[in-house]
Design a protein around this ligand. Sequence first.
Ligand SMILES: [Fe+2]
Length: 203
Amino acid sequence: MKADQDLRSKRREFLAAGATLPLALATGTLTVGILAQRTSLAATPDCGDGPTPRQTAGPFFKPESPLRTSLVEAGASRDAMMLSGRVLSTSCKPVTGALIDFWHCDAQGNYDNRGYRFRGYQFADDDGRFSLQTAVPGLYPGRTRHFHVIVQAPNRRPLTTQLYFPGERLNERDFLFSPALVMNVSGDSAPMRAQFDFVLNLS
Ligand SMILES: [Fe+2]
C-alpha cells in the first residue's frame, strides 16, 4: 500500500536524523467546540478486546506531513479539541515510539491537498501515550465526522484506520462507520476532550 510505504520511509528518515520524541503539547485558552456538548458513551475497546480494526486511508493521505502535536493554526481557536490516548499491544504493553500520523478535513469538509493543514505526525512516548490538539473536523458528502490515522510500531506493519465521534446523526448511515472506532468524548469540557487507545497486533 502506497501510504504504508510512505510512512515507513518517513520513520526511517526521522530516526536517521537522531531526533527526539516530541510530546510537549501546548496549552491554550481555546473556546468550546461545536461538539463539546457530547455525552460519553461506553468505554472504547481496551487492549484485551483485540486489535483496533483497520479501515481504508481514503484518497486524501499525503506523505511527509509535519512532525507536530498541534494542528491548530494561529487565529483558528474556534471548535478546538484535544485527542489523547495510548498505543498498546494486544498484550496491553505500551508501544514506545509508535508513529501516529493524523489527517482530517477542515470545518467546511475540505482536505488540504496542496499543503499540510490538519496533517501531522508524532511519536508515542515511553508509556505509549500521544496527544493531539486540533480542530473538530467538518462534514463532507457521504461521510460522517471522522479522523484518519496511521499508527505504526517501530519496524512493524502500519495500522491504517479512522476514528469517529459519538452521537453523530450520520454515523449509522456511513458505510465505513464502526462502533469499535468511536472515541470517548467528555461531556462538557472546553476544549472538547476525546480519548482513544490504539491496539496493535504485534505477535
Ligand atoms: Fe475522510
